[in-house]
Design a protein around this ligand. Structure first.
Ligand SMILES: Cc1ncc(COP(=O)(O)O)c(C=O)c1O
Length: 408
């Protein structure tokens, strides 16, 4: 007979978290930045200089001439879609495995999200599935560098160019990610979008950026869209097309400016700790970490083979949670096309516009790989630049325990 002794969890003290100072790199630089703006008396970016300076600095980091700051990552995606300027019913191909901010701007611009499936090794759009989804109405592709892993953007750009559509890179989770060709994620597509929301590599609470290396005309439309299409450089008070106010404030920009010099250190530390965890769990059956090359580790995703691992991500996440380690199975609860806004076309009044027809395609089975990952083949470990080696030892020990228990 075996007796199980009650034991305390592997982790009793909380791990560093993006929700409090333990997992964020805020210091005197950010405090000085906020104080500088308040002292200046000017908090608005159409007059003050912080946001324009932030755009310059972000552009220098990315080696791009055109940068537009805005109020959130979702806003950045909205700017990008509006720059593409789809007509009602035009199509934009994207993924069902992302934050809703990737997809909602498509519908706001009255275009139709068309969902392609993802690669089971990464959870990122599969170029073959994208190409198969292209029609005469396709205007753009939005690809997500999920969890900071590089999407195959070189291949997607080639497909986009061949079909004369725009490639938008959603880099909300992928600051300083390097793509297969060694480029910074966000610089291969026509437009790259970033988020400064609290959980991202660098943050201003909220905020967003759109960058473009070679497409000033798209960047100009994006800039106008963020500012009521008011061409301030012409001194004319007029509004050139339908748009909104998505401006960044000077406070956000000043904090972002203080965060940027810390980015390489943040990514370097996330990568070092990720290499430690990958090595520590290499012998656990059925658990495969995401590819490491160029990855900036917004989170630490593990792809689970339930037959080898004894179960899918759910029992693993349960054990990890009990051991004091932040983890979740599936990342999101359902593919984006199964959320009410899309599946039930909850859009404008009861019109269902523009999804009245498209919604019949938003059903289970549309993207089988996406669904299998969300249903449990994906295990996401919360990641942070302030994890110590001892913290990662604890995470590895908890994963080992989860493996032993799940395998029985
Ligand atoms: C991949 C992705 N796209 C878009 C967004 C939207 O960004 P935000 O929350 O700043 O609006 C997020 C953020 O959560 C994201 O992770």
């Amino acid at each position: 007979m075996t007796t199980t002794e009650p034991s305390s969890p592997i982790r009793t003290a909380p791990l560093p978290s993006v929700g409090d100072p333990s997992g964020r790199r805020f210091g005197p630089e950010e405090i000085e930045a906020v104080t500088r703006v308040i002292t200046s008396g000017q908090l608005n970016s159409t007059v003050g200089g912080e946001t324009r300076a932030w755009e310059q600095e972000f552009g220098a980091y990315y080696g791009v001439p055109d940068v537009v700051a805005c109020s959130s990552g979702t806003a950045a995606l909205h700017l990008a879609v509006a720059a593409v300027d789809p007509g009602p019913g035009d199509e934009i191909i994207t993924t069902g495995l992302s934050d809703a901010g990737t997809v909602l701007p498509i519908v706001m611009q009255n275009a139709i999200p068309v969902f392609a499936d993802v690669d089971p090794q990464t959870g990122i759009l599969d170029p073959a599935s994208v190409e198969a989804a292209i029609t005469s109405r396709t205007k753009a592709i939005i690809v997500v560098h999920l969890f900071g892993v590089a999407a195959p953007v070189e291949e997607l750009r080639e497909i986009a160019d061949r079909h004369d559509v725009i490639l938008i890179e959603d880099c909300a989770q992928a600051y300083a990610t390097r793509t297969a060709s060694g480029a910074l994620a966000g610089t291969i597509g026509h437009l790259g979008c970033f988020s400064l929301q609290q959980s991202k590599h660098i943050t201003a609470g909220d905020g967003g950026m759109v960058i473009s290396k070679n497409h000033p005309e798209l960047a100009r439309r994006a800039r106008l869209f963020a500012d009521k299409a008011w061409p301030r450089d012409t001194n004319e008070r007029t509004h050139l097309f339908l748009s909104l106010n998505y401006r960044m404030t000077e406070l956000q920009a000043a904090v972002a400016r203080a965060q940027l010099p810390k980015l390489d250190g943040i990514v370097g530390d996330r990568r070092a700790r990720a290499a430690q965890l990958a090595a520590a769990i290499a012998d656990l059956p059925g658990l495969r970490p995401a590819p490491d090359a160029g990855t900036s580790y917004w989170q630490f995703p593990i792809f689970v083979d339930p037959e080898q691992a004894g179960g899918d991500g759910h029992p693993y996440a349960k054990v990890l949670g009990a051991e004091g380690i932040g983890a979740s199975a599936g990342y999101i609860q359902r593919p984006l096309y199964l959320t009410p806004v899309l599946a039930e076309a909850k859009t404008y009044g009861d019109s269902g516009f523009p999804l009245s027809e498209a919604r019949s395609r938003y059903v289970r089975g549309l993207c089988p790989v996406t669904e299998s990952l969300i249903d449990g083949r994906l295990l996401v470990i919360s990641w942070n630049e302030n994890y110590t080696e001892a913290d990662v030892d604890d995470i590895a020990a908890a994963l080992r325990k989860a493996s032993e228990q799940t395998l029985g």
